[in-house]
Write a protein that binds this ligand. Structure first.
Ligand code: TYM
Length: 334
């Protein structure tokens, strides 16, 4: 293992259709970092049930997401790719950590406020304690680094606070994790309202590019993207729609915003949108093809699911036993 055995953890929910934001803000960086760390990439299905799910659909989406991780370039022989619900340590550690997390801290979480407004008929305790489960995910593997988009920063700060609080009582039990936020693409905005992040739960399908969208759909959505009446292509906050298109373009082509602005100097918004859609298609089309190929190999995916759940369970049990001992649970008799 490289980087002095440093550990990386990240996860994604299998809820809704994954968007280009999920790919550019997270998955793309996961792949770029995979060779440098000992990596754990989880499909966090336990998080998904904080919102009501159709069971068959959740199962299907969870498997599709795990397949997507591999299609995106993660190697399950190296990185541990697994379902959160297959490793009971997540729930066990979450309970312990919930006794070290204050109601006031959870009350401040903006995602809780947003989600409870959206699902006013189902404001369950799981939705409230969700960040504790996320802290458990990360701390269970003693992660040094957690690559996420900007929207997860508040949860990550809480994770650090919980780890530090626990360590100050019991000694150095947890590694305090650092966030990893990519330079470009850490917050891809809605194509219809560039003040909002691109989200899988957006009701307007034109607001998001989904990872499995076909080329024509991608072209149509880019064409309809909201811009402004300035008529110049500059990378600045005053033009959030154009800035977002440039961000997408740069994240897909590995160009810098300066390079992109120079490239589009004498272009109109129509040309920019066309270039953005072609850049997106050149990233998503091969990804979609790999997903379709992998989906045919059921036995291979089954083996990944089985073997990696065992690896994750083994790695996580070391931290869990240590924590249980620290808080005073009786030792097991063998
Ligand atoms: P989730 O499933 O909402 O999103 C998965 C990842 O995608 C990033 N992301 C974005 N990045 C850029 N632009 C966007 N518009 C955009 N939308 C989403 C998210 O920041 C995230 O990195 N609570 C987490 C899942 C989770 C987790 C964890 C993450 C559970 N346990 C432990 C890291 C570590 C979530 O709901 O992400």
């Amino acid at each position: 293992m490289l980087n002095g055995n440093k550990v990386l953890f990240s996860g994604m929910q299998a809820t809704g259709n994954l968007t280009l934001g999920n790919y550019l803000g997270a998955l793309k960086n996961w792949v770029a970092l995979a060779d440098e760390y000992e990596c754990y990439y989880s499909v966090v299905d336990m998080h998904s049930i904080t919102v009501r799910q159709d069971p068959a659909e959740l199962r299907r989406r969870a498997r599709a997401l795990l397949t997507l991780y591999i299609a995106a370039g993660l190697d399950p022989e190296k990185s541990c790719i697994y379902f959160q619900s297959h490793v009971s340590g997540h729930a066990e550690l979450a309970w312990i950590l919930s006794c070290f997390t204050y109601m006031g801290e959870l009350n401040r979480m903006t995602q809780f406020k947003d989600k409870s407004a959206k699902h006013a008929d189902n404001i369950n305790a799981g939705l409230f304690t969700y960040p504790v489960l996320m802290a458990a995910d990360i701390l269970l593997y003693q992660a040094d680094v957690v690559p996420v988009g900007i929207d997860q920063m508040q949860h990550l700060e809480l994770t650090r606070d919980i780890a530090q609080r626990f360590n100050s009582i019991y000694g150095d039990v947890f590694t305090v994790p650092e966030p990893y936020i990519g330079k470009i693409g850490a917050k891809i905005m809605s194509l219809q309202d560039p003040a909002k992040k691109m989200s899988k739960s957006d009701e307007n399908p034109n607001a998001s590019i989904y990872l499995m969208d076909d080329p024509d759909t991608i072209r149509r959505k880019c064409k309809r993207a909201v811009t402004d009446s300035e008529g110049v292509i500059l990378y600045r906050d005053e033009q959030p729609g154009v800035k977002n298109l440039l961000d997408i373009y740069c994240a897909c082509t590995s160009k810098t915003p300066d390079e992109a602005v120079r490239e589009f100097e004498s272009c109109g918004y129509g040309q920019l949108k066309e270039a953005v859609s072609e850049a997106v298609i050149s990233v998503l089309a091969p990804l979609q093809e790999r997903v379709r190929d992998l989906e045919k190999d059921k036995a291979y995916i089954d083996k990944v699911i089985h073997d990696n759940a065992e690896r994750a369970a083994y790695a996580s049990s070391k931290t869990l036993r240590k924590v249980q001992k620290k808080v005073g649970f009786p030792e097991r008799i063998r």
